[in-house]
Design a protein around this ligand. Structure first.
Ligand code: ZN
Length: 201
């Protein structure tokens, strides 16, 4: 019978869930936490536990939030006629910082990868369809990255929405090729929104 793992090995294994952390890095982090920063490690364990309990998805836009809906969806000043579709919560923060969109958002929480067979299970398509059914949306702004995955996701969305009565646009190609929204400065982002390209009237 296999011996149960000791606590240190279990910690190393658990740390491998972090992105880009392999066995070597996991071991380094485990050493660091237990040897040099036990206070920080305890705080990490507490806040992670708490976040897992508290953070869920907004019922309307699918971003992370702690109540039923997020602050943006709950804000009566936002213009519900324009819905911007993005990959991740960080993209919403970027758009908000650029102050270039006063409508609402929908967060896919992933993207479609041509390299992995265009699997739609990585994006919240069903939730998007439900969201559109109960809304006053007139224009949908596709704000995916300018990468192979972002293009593939934009294509899937445009296909999904093509027979529905919405004006559809995508951020302008003024953005550098290969660009992820997360790393684009506010000025360029705002310009890409203002100069968005109409895909369908
Ligand atoms: Zn929301």
């Amino acid at each position: 019978m296999a011996k149960p793992q000791d606590a240190f090995s279990r910690l190393i294994n658990a740390l491998k869930v972090l992105p880009n952390v392999g066995p070597k890095s996991a071991q380094r982090i485990a050493y660091h936490l237990l040897q040099h920063d036990r206070t920080g490690a305890a705080e990490l364990a507490r806040t992670l536990d708490n976040a897992l309990l508290q953070v869920r998805h907004c019922a309307r836009c699918n971003t992370f939030c702690e109540g039923e809906t997020c602050d943006i969806c709950a804000d009566p000043e936002r213009d519900g006629r324009r819905l911007m579709i993005v990959h991740m919560p960080a993209d919403v923060s970027g758009m908000e910082a650029a102050r270039c969109h006063d409508g609402l958002y929908f967060v896919l929480m992933g993207q479609v990868s041509p390299a992995q067979g265009m699997d739609l299970n990585h994006i919240a398509i069903d939730k998007l369809v439900t969201r559109l059914q109960e809304s006053e949306v007139e224009e949908i702004i596709i704000a995916t990255n300018f990468t192979a995955e972002g293009d593939a996701t934009a294509y899937v969305l445009a296909e999904l929405l093509k027979n529905l009565p919405y004006k559809i646009s995508r951020l302008s190609r003024g953005m550098p090729l290969g660009a992820e929204l997360e790393y684009i400065d506010a000025g360029t982002l705002a310009q890409a929104v203002y100069e968005r390209k109409l895909l369908k009237e």
